[in-house]
Design a protein around this ligand. Sequence first.
Ligand code: ACO
Length: 320
Amino acid sequence: MTAKIVGIGTCVPETVVTNDDLAKFVDTDDGWIRSRTGIRERRISKKEGTCELAAGAARRALAAAGVKPEELDIIILGTSTPDRNFPSDACSVQAAIGAANAVAFDISAACSGFIFALGIAQAFFQSGVYRTALIIGAETVSKVTDWSDRSTCVLFGDGAGAAVLKADERGLVDMTMGSDGTKGDILACTSRTLGNFLTGAGPKLGLMTMDGQAVFRFAVRKVPESIELLLERNGIKKEEIRYYVLHQANERIVEAAAKRLGEPMEKFPMTIDRYGNTSSASIPLLLDDMIGKDMLKTGDRIVISGFGAGMTWGAALLEW
Ligand code: ACO
């Protein structure tokens, strides 16, 4: 048995923030942001929290799948920006959608969260423990963004995407996941728990820091490498892949990955122009966009691939 995606749903905040809007309070401009990242605008939460976005995406995914909340066995939510450290956002989503029979928990794998959630669900399906799962990538990255740092604040956006998975004979063919904790400092966000009551050490504010060029170098090597590995070990030629659905971090990273794979850009759909980097939500947001455009047909082979803080990475070969 494997995991098959039977429904996708997404939810983004109402407020659109354009590059020109950002240029009003940060020393940047539309031309720089577009040429370096491909981003034109992003959604930023004014009132919606991570749980609200996640629950909105979950309801739409369930409706698309024709699955009732009480049929869910498990909810796995990937986020680096939970509303609360505890209870988990997954438990809050469980309560919000009425999935009374599901076990629910969050995972922390940054932008690889959706792919890692898929991998965990797959393991439960393969072992026969569960048959119906909800996986979610949901973020309000704007809450941990340093809005005075122009090299990071222009990159990110808020949003959520969810997928309902069912045990099936076909669907997820194979996947790979990896981590390299030695590179943890190139993309990080400290937690308030680093403070200490007894010694009086103050917690650093939980704002993101990033060595952009180191992340760029890591991504353009790791993304193609993990995809090549996946295709090779399954005896699949690149011509047999309909689309590569890559984490939307930066248009230039996607272009570099396409070049290294020797594949045409038409096979690399993107939503980065409208949403920016939504971290764990970017892959389901892109899949939903593709479904809306009727780009995916039954039997299509696609690869989804993500990378993120940790550093973490993962890729999955799917038969749609
Ligand atoms: N507007 C205008 N100028 C800027 C901005 C901005 N928003 N940000 C940086 N600059 C300036 C810098 O100050 C620098 O100026 P200087 O030469 O006078 O010092 C100049 O632009 C070049 O800066 P670089 O950092 O060298 O720019 P680079 O071409 O590397 O682009 C970027 C920066 C876009 C962050 C790039 O490194 C990148 O895309 N890295 C990958 C980051 C990424 O994808 N992160 C997502 C991580 S999360 C995840 O999804 C895993």
